[in-house]
Design a protein around this ligand. Structure first.
Ligand code: SF4
Length: 364
């Protein structure tokens, strides 16, 4: 069976040297020195690891005698183990990943329109405490934060999947399970490893962190000075509507969230992306669009419009419906009329529940 064929896919078995996900280049160099090897081998080993190579079965040539064996002896473990793979009609691949404590998270590989590229969606937590009313992830509550090594492990797994499909994992977004700014230390440790230019996995601009609008977290991210992208899930142009959809909307008001986004944008010099999920009869009227345009027009922020991906009855007992084509087109036309840059983001893999808001913890 080809990996790209739709449906649930069989998995290859075998262990890999996944323990390298715990190391940055400096720590691995120190480890090699402690073992009596040259520290200069560390960057090369990590480059191969981050490229998705299987160092257990295909050791690097040119490593000093004994180092490959030492790596296998010490690091033959997986931070995340691939438990199931599903491929959607559009080629989107959803991975169920088992963590060391038996919990699971989902990550998604999305083929680009360019035939040799793909994007990855990473989770930052097991479950989520944010309670967004239209999201499946939060229905089972929050269990724990992922470690930096588990986040790196997801990336490596997605990179291998992409490579096996003849594609390069070109960008990653933290839009999977969890609120990344509530696990900021681990997320930052992981992205610093991914964007370490001695390892060469990704550039900063290829990484997007998405938030429901945790203002202190946004400011902490701004203070790092890291050159990554920030996306903010707004989903409503007024606090009353937003608080119905996102409980965090009661704690952080739109004005404060956008002020924090302004600070990030001023520091980085690049537009923040505003995410807006269109829900029929809730937030998709032309009046909502005009309100949104009034907020964002002067700020140069871009809007990503999402179609709602059904997740059954919501936490508050609503049966949300996606906006009609007519309403969605009128909404985007209104935004553009007011000079707001707005695009529809394609739903990826809705037939395998891999689209935004559909990820959740499962057992296999
Ligand atoms: S949309 Fe994101 S932040 Fe909101 S509950 Fe779902 S996973 Fe959490």
């Amino acid at each position: 069976m080809q990996r790209s064929e739709p449906g649930r896919q069989p998995l290859a078995s075998g262990s890999r040297i996944g323990g390298l996900a715990k190391f940055d280049a400096a720590a691995l160099a120190q480890q090699f020195a402690d073992w009596g090897f040259k520290s200069s081998h560390a960057a090369r080993v990590l480059r191969a690891f981050y490229a998705g190579e299987d160092l257990a079965t295909a050791p690097l040539r040119g490593l000093p005698k004994g180092l490959g064996e030492k790596l296998r002896a010490e690091f033959l473990s997986e931070e995340v183990a691939l438990a199931a793979r599903q491929v959607a009609e559009d080629g989107t691949t959803k991975l169920l990943l088992r963590l060391g404590d038996g919990r699971t998270v989902e990550s998604v590989l999305m083929p680009d329109f360019r035939p040799d590229r793909a994007a990855g969606c990473l989770s930052s937590q097991v479950g989520c405490a944010m309670g967004c009313d239209f999201c499946a992830t939060t229905k089972t509550g929050f269990e724990r934060n992922l470690t930096a090594a588990e986040i790196v492990g997801q990336f490596i797994t997605l990179r291998r999947e992409a490579r096996d499909a003849g594609r390069r994992l070109q960008t990653v977004v933290f839009m999977g399970m969890g609120e990344p700014l509530l696990n900021l230390d681990a997320v930052l440790t992981a992205v610093r490893r991914l964007a370490d230019n001695t390892v060469g996995a990704l550039g900063w601009r290829q990484i997007t962190v998405s938030t429901v609008g945790i203002v202190p977290g946004m400011d902490a991210l701004t203070a790092t000075g890291l050159n990554l992208h920030l996306a903010v899930s707004l989903h409503a142009p007024d606090d009353a509507t937003r608080a119905q959809l996102l409980p965090m909307g009661k704690r952080f008001l739109i004005a404060d969230i956008l002020a924090a986004a302004d600070r990030f944008q001023a520091r980085r010099g690049r537009p923040v992306t505003i995410q807006y999920c269109l829900l029929s009869g809730v937030n998709d009227s032309p009046a909502h669009a005009r309100q949104l345009a009034a907020l964002l027009g002067p700020r140069r922020m871009h809007v990503n419009l999402l179609r709602y991906n059904p997740t059954g009855l919501s936490l508050r007992g609503y049966n949300y419906k996606p906006s009609s084509d007519l309403a969605a087109e009128a909404f985007v036309a209104e935004l553009r009329e007011h000079k707001v840059v707005a695009h529809f983001r394609r739903s990826r893999g809705p037939d395998i529940a891999a689209a935004c808001g559909q990820l959740r913890e499962r057992t296999v």
